[in-house]
Design a binder for this molecule. Structure first.
Ligand SMILES: Nc1ncnc2c1ncn2[C@@H]1O[C@H](COP(=O)(O)OP(=O)(O)O)[C@@H](O)[C@H]1O
Ligand SMILES: [Mg+2]
Length: 258
């Protein structure tokens, strides 16, 4: 139900040797919400996503997804429950057409089918799956590139494929780690439009450095600093918060126009 708690972390911590990358983070996300996480480089944002999605376990703390404790569940199990992050395109085959990569990703995510990939790709199931995948490419705006080799896509279209790969897994919650990074202004406008269309259908959590873009997209911003969630709230209020301005831009409280 919209408004119900969908994803929650309780006192989650993760250390790498001496470094505490994520430090006792309590985080809550409600179904239907679009939320942003910001913070300087090295704040622990990506590590927090990795823990939420099950790439590695926390040293301590609990992750709840739709009320279930998923802390010990694998990343694949969480994907099947509907918690999906955008893939980095390193996990696709550059020399395959866009559509084939999408079909493979869907098959791969379903462990029951893992041993029969070859069978499925040669069977009548293919046309069904092909249709679903084509619909997904349509949704992100690259249906006309379905036969193009993945390596030949523009940077912006690759980002759309990354999002398509996640959408094809039918997420309830989609987690995006810096979806605008490295894109040109027109490409950013494109991805923003796509994310705006997604936010009406999905629960979104977005880590992003381009804060000015994020404020129009999300209803809540959380700020991470040195592994901790230091504050959260309405995006405009958060950006006016002197503590946030200091950690994020190194602004001095006493400074006037510098
Ligand atoms: N696999 C890892 N091994 C060791 N240190 C890591 C690892 N991943 C991240 N770190 C460290 O944890 C801290 C937080 O990193 P990260 O979560 O990537 O921050 P952010 O995404 O906010 O930039 C950084 O100091 C980083 O160097
Ligand atoms: Mg990061």
């Amino acid at each position: 139900m919209p408004g119900d708690m969908i994803l929650e972390s309780r006192e989650v911590s993760k250390s790498f040797g001496e470094l505490t990358a994520v430090d006792s983070v309590d985080y809550q996300l409600r179904e239907g919400e679009s939320a942003g996480i910001i913070g300087p480089n090295g704040a622990g944002k990506t590590t927090f996503f990795n823990i939420l999605t099950g790439l590695f376990p926390p040293n301590s703390g609990t992750i709840l997804f739709r009320g279930r404790n998923v802390t010990k569940m694998s990343a694949d199990q969480r994907v099947r429950m509907g918690m999906v992050r955008t893939f980095q395109l390193v996990s696709v085959f550059d020399t395959l057409p866009v559509l084939d990569n999408l079909i493979l990703a869907v098959v791969r995510a379903d462990t029951k089918n893992r041993n029969v990939i070859r069978f499925i790709l040669g069977s009548s199931h293919t046309s069904q799956m092909e249709k679903v995948c084509m619909d997904t490419l349509e949704m992100v705006g690259i249906a006309d590139k379905s036969r193009v080799l993945t390596s030949d896509l523009s940077y912006g279209d690759k980002r759309k494929l990354e999002i398509a790969l996640a959408l094809a897994l039918k997420p309830r919650v989609l987690l995006l780690d810096e979806p605008l990074a490295g894109l040109s202004d027109p490409e950013i406008a494109d991805i923003m439009e796509l994310m705006n269309s997604l936010k009406d259908r999905l629960t979104l959590v977005i880590i992003e450095h381009k804060i000015s873009q994020l404020t129009g997209l999300v209803s809540r911003l959380s700020v991470m600093h040195e592994g901790r969630l230091i504050t959260e709230g309405d995006p405009d209020d958060i950006l006016r918060d002197p503590v946030v301005r200091r950690v994020y831009w190194g602004e001095d409280d006493s400074s006037d126009d510098t």
